[in-house]
Design a protein around this ligand. Structure first.
Ligand code: PSU
Ligand code: MN
Length: 299
């Protein structure tokens, strides 16, 4: 089993029961957002967690060591070239002493849970991909179901099959909560047209749901819609997604490379308009996650 090494800020917070929020590192690496937006996203997410009264803990593997929270001088390492690291890759990253393993949602919730952190913020989770023949179902979903962590996200990435993603989460028993919203968000837009199982109005309610979990290691998904002012036009983003998926298909991109490729194509087709939306929702999720962590610490 892994024992993540906490940063000194995270260790100090945990010693006195102060709230901590885990953040993934893939979105901040070259696999997530283009430079310099990745650095801006990191600063805004770190700031939002701190402003909310919690300590941020970016998860990663550095020099073969599983980390929960980084020191200031180390952030530059995850902003550069990194190897995408899902949960199943974490043991390999340790054994092979990877320089920089950038944690996806699945790796991040596993690291957070192992380090005693129960709230995690990301942009959008992975899920069930469109088309039946790819058999591509993100490991994020089972990881959320298998670790006692609240994952805060703007729904799943919009180019997925959101209906099947929600069905899968239902099957594996993950409570899907809508943050002051009855619809499952579609990342760049506030609504997918699909309903969440339950709507919640407060951070205390989310803390109470986690406390009443039926499984010792079950997680919760909190779906937070993108702030109104940052949301993209539904028709524009739908067209961009269609063209990005066609390009991925034509280029024969598969497996773990699909998500970075499609995100890059969506940014190109929307002439960069997907990027500020992505930054705004990630920051907003970090802010809500801090609220949840504060509520859990008080619960
Ligand atoms: N959403 C984004 N940017 C990203 C990701 C999601 O806007 O970079 C990353 C997250 O780290 C997520 C991962 O966990 O993509 C899912 O990858 P896959 O579909 O290969 O499981
Ligand atoms: Mn996949």
């Amino acid at each position: 089993m892994i024992t993540p090494r906490p940063s000194s800020a995270v260790a100090d917070a945990q010693r006195v029961g102060q709230p901590v929020v885990a953040l993934e590192s893939t979105i901040f690496s070259n696999l997530g957002l283009p430079s310099p937006d990745n650095e801006i996203a990191l600063e805004r997410c770190l700031g939002a967690v701190a402003d909310g009264g919690a300590v941020p803990a970016v998860t990663a593997v550095l020099d073969g060591e599983v980390r929960l929270g980084l020191d200031d001088h180390e952030y530059s390492r995850i902003l550069g070239v990194a190897q995408k690291m899902a949960e199943r890759d974490v043991p390999v990253a340790v054994a092979q002493r990877w320089d920089v393993g950038a944690s996806t949602v699945s790796a991040s919730v596993a690291i957070a849970a192992a380090g005693g952190v129960s709230v995690f913020a990301t942009g959008g989770i992975g899920g069930v991909h469109r088309g039946l023949d790819s058999f591509d179902v993100s490991a994020d979903l089972d990881a959320i179901g298998n670790h006692r962590v609240v994952t805060v996200s703007a729904g799943a990435k919009a180019f997925l099959d959101l209906r099947k993603t929600l069905e899968y989460l239902e099957t594996i028993g993950v409570p899907v909560l809508g943050w002051r919203h009855g619809d499952f968000p579609a990342f760049y837009t506030r609504s997918s047209g699909l309903h969440v199982a339950h709507r919640v109005e407060s951070a205390n309610e989310v803390a109470a749901v986690l406390a009443a979990a039926t499984r010792p290691t079950g997680g919760v998904l909190l779906a937070v819609p993108i702030p109104e002012h940052a949301a993209l036009d539904r028709a524009e983003i739908d067209a961009a997604i269609t063209s990005a998926l066609e390009a991925a298909d034509a280029a024969g991109v598969g497996g773990a490379a699909v998500t970075p490729y499609v995100l890059e194509r969506i940014a190109a087709v929307t002439e960069g308009r997907s990027i500020p939306a992505n930054l705004a929702l990630a920051e907003n999720n970090a802010r809500v996650a801090a609220e949840i962590a504060v509520a859990i610490a008080r619960f």
